[in-house]
Design a protein around this ligand. Sequence first.
Ligand code: ADP
Ligand code: MG
Length: 240
Amino acid sequence: MNTTSAVLTGTGLFKSYGMARALAGVDIDVTSDQSLAVRGPSGSGKSTLLHCLAGIERPDSGEVLLDGKRIDQLREPARSELRRTAFGFVFQSGQLLPELPADENVALPLMLGGTPRRTAVEQARQWFGPLGLTGLEDRRPGQLSGGQAQRVAIARALVGSPKVIFADEPTGALDQATGLEVIRLLVEVSRSQGAALVVVTHDANVAGWCDRTVEVRDGRLAGDEAADQAGTDAKAGFVR
Ligand code: ADP
Ligand code: MG
C-alpha cells in the first residue's frame, strides 16, 4: 500500500464572492496518512479553501479530486452524500444539536445514513472512551464544557469512518491548554483511523501538532513546510 498518496487534490482553485476574490489559484494535496494545517490571516481564504475541498462549495474554476475522481462538478445531492460518507467535520463551536444527548449527537451521521438508532448509538458510544468522554453519553451539549463539546464533535466526525476530516478553527473557542488537548486528540484519532486531517487554524501551536503546514495569503498558498521548530517546541512543552 502506498501510504503517501494524495487522497484529496485541489488544482487551480479560484473562487470569488462578487468582487471579493477568496481563492486566486490554489494547488494543494492532502495525503491519506497525514495531518495538514492551513494557516493564514483572517480573510485570506482558509475557510473557502476548506469548503471547496470538502464539497460544501463549488470553486469557480479548478478541480477537486477524491481518490482520483472529480468531485467539484457533482450536483448538491451527490456532494451532500459525499460529505456524509467520505468526510467528517469539526467546526469552531455550536455544531451539536442542543436538544440531543451527546451519544445521539455522535450517532447522527450514521442515522442520517439509515443505520437504525440503537445500532448507531452503540457505535457512537464506542468513541466516548478513546476521547476521554466516558460518563458523558447522556449529557446535553449545554451540560458540557467547551473542550468536552469539541471532543463530542470529534467523535461525530469520526463515527462514519471518513477518508478526510476537516476542522475549521476547532480550538478557536477554547483556552490554550484545552485547545492543545483537543488538537492532540484530533490528530491522534485521525491517524489511528487512517483518516487524513485538514485543520484550519491561526494558532502556530495548534499547527505544530500537524505533520505539515501551508500558509494562505490573499487566496494563494504562500508556503508548504513540514512542522516547524515552533511547533516541535510546542509539542515538547505539552508532553512535558
Ligand atoms: P478565512 O477563513 O481565511 O478568514 P474566508 O475564506 O472566510 O477567509 O474568506 C476569504 C474572503 O472571501 C474574505 O474576503 C471574505 O470576506 C470573502 N467571503 C468568504 N465567504 C463569503 C461569502 N459567503 N460571501 C461573501 N464573501 C465571502
Ligand atoms: Mg475562516
